[in-house]
Structures are given as structure tokens and as C-alpha cells.
Design a binder for this molecule. Structure first.
Ligand SMILES: [Ca+2]
Ligand SMILES: [Ca+2]
Ligand SMILES: [Ca+2]
Length: 207
């Protein structure tokens, strides 16, 4: 009754325990790069995502943006840019933007579980050169489109294999690489995507 201690919620099992780190910006050749991810966080745990850009002198700088949307449970969100800014808190769905002019720039988005049970969030990042970046929607078709370019093809399998081998950071829509739900994201997902591309599988995700 009343104020139950947080510990009463029992152990929390995060189905996405490896969240955080620095996403890779895929989609070179497009003017606006997006990263969309759906993750979970346990109460009292902070997941930290680093966003950075290296702007060449005279190149016009980068526009960087971050947005976190609460999907389930309670979270708190802070953005901590490098000097000279101090950390600030963000509301769910609020957009954070910064222009990096002629310098290297980075910031950390920290998402902390703030309720008494597992929370779920969507993280959206964007990066553009010489123009304000926009938060893209995830294009169709969805499952299997790990690199978020609107098609499912061998490039998506390649992105999964490279991620699993730790040759790259996160593909922009890594959560769509999960094509056999309930399992980890591993080489099997890349293999299933290749089978789909070859016409051996009709639909993604597979049961
Ligand atoms: Ca997590
Ligand atoms: Ca794709
Ligand atoms: Ca899988």
C-alpha cells in the first residue's frame, strides 16, 4: 500500500542489454542520415548513446539531432553536449538539435529507467551537412530493412553480418534486423534475410 519500495518490483530483465554506444551513420550519398532504434531499460539503469560528427573546416558543418520517445513505462532523458554546454533534460518526444561548425563535436543522450518496471523507448537521431537534419520515419517495408533504405536486399544482410562481427557500429535500423523474434540479433538473422532475398522465404519476420 502507498509507497512501495522500488526493489519490490523484483529483478528486471532487459531484452536489449547491449544498448548504448555510438551508432554508425549509414546511407552515404543521402543528404540526411537517420538512425532509429527501439530499446528497453530497467529502473535505475542508464543507457548512453554517443552522437558525434567530424566537420571539416570550411565544409559547412553538421546539423545533429536527437529525439527519444517513451513507448512504455517511465524514463528520464538528458542530453550532455561537450563543452561549453551543461546537461539538460529532454521530455519524451522533444527534439534536441545542435549545429557543429567547423569542428569535431559530440554529445551523449542518456536514457534512464525511472519507473518501477521495464521501460521501452524509441531513439531517433539525424545528421545532415549544410542543412538542418530531419527525423525520418522508418520507410516501408520494415522487418529485414536493417539499413533503413526502404528495401530488403543483400546490403541488409551485409549490415547484419558486419554488426555481428563488430566490424561496424549499429546499422541505422538495427531493430529491423531482428527477423526471428525472441532470439538475439546474430548471423541467423543475416542468413534469413538472404533467404528472403533469394525467394526461399515469403515473409519477414519468420515465426
Ligand atoms: Ca537496454
Ligand atoms: Ca535495406
Ligand atoms: Ca534474431
Amino acid at each position: 500500500m502507498g509507497s512501495a519500495p522500488r526493489a519490490a518490483a523484483g529483478p528486471c530483465d532487459d531484452p536489449t542489454p547491449d544498448d548504448g554506444g555510438e551508432p554508425a551513420w549509414f546511407g552515404l550519398g543521402t543528404p540526411n542520415h537517420i538512425f532509429v532504434y527501439e530499446g528497453h531499460v530497467c529502473p535505475g539503469v542508464a543507457e548512453e548513446w554517443t552522437v558525434s560528427a567530424f566537420a571539416l573546416p570550411g565544409a559547412g558543418g553538421h546539423s545533429l539531432g536527437a529525439k527519444v520517445t517513451r513507448l512504455e513505462g517511465a524514463i528520464s532523458i538528458t542530453v550532455e553536449p561537450q563543452w561549453p554546454w551543461t546537461p539538460s533534460s529532454l521530455a519524451s518526444g522533444e527534439e534536441f538539435r545542435v549545429d557543429a561548425r567547423d569542428n569535431e563535436f559530440s554529445y551523449v543522450v542518456r536514457i534512464t529507467g525511472a519507473g518501477s518496471s521495464l521501460a521501452q523507448y524509441r531513439l531517433q537521431l539525424c545528421d545532415a551537412i549544410k542543412q538542418a537534419c530531419v527525423f525520418g520515419e522508418v520507410p516501408s517495408p520494415g522487418p529485414g530493412d536493417a539499413n533503413c533504405d526502404g528495401n530488403v536486399n543483400a546490403l541488409d544482410a551485409q549490415a547484419v553480418f558486419a554488426f555481428v562481427a563488430r566490424l561496424t557500429f549499429w546499422p541505422p535500423c538495427l531493430f529491423q534486423a531482428q527477423v526471428n523474434p525472441g532470439d538475439e540479433i546474430d548471423v541467423r538473422d543475416g542468413a534469413i534475410i538472404l533467404q528472403f532475398v533469394a525467394g526461399l522465404i515469403d515473409e519477414l519476420p519468420v515465426p
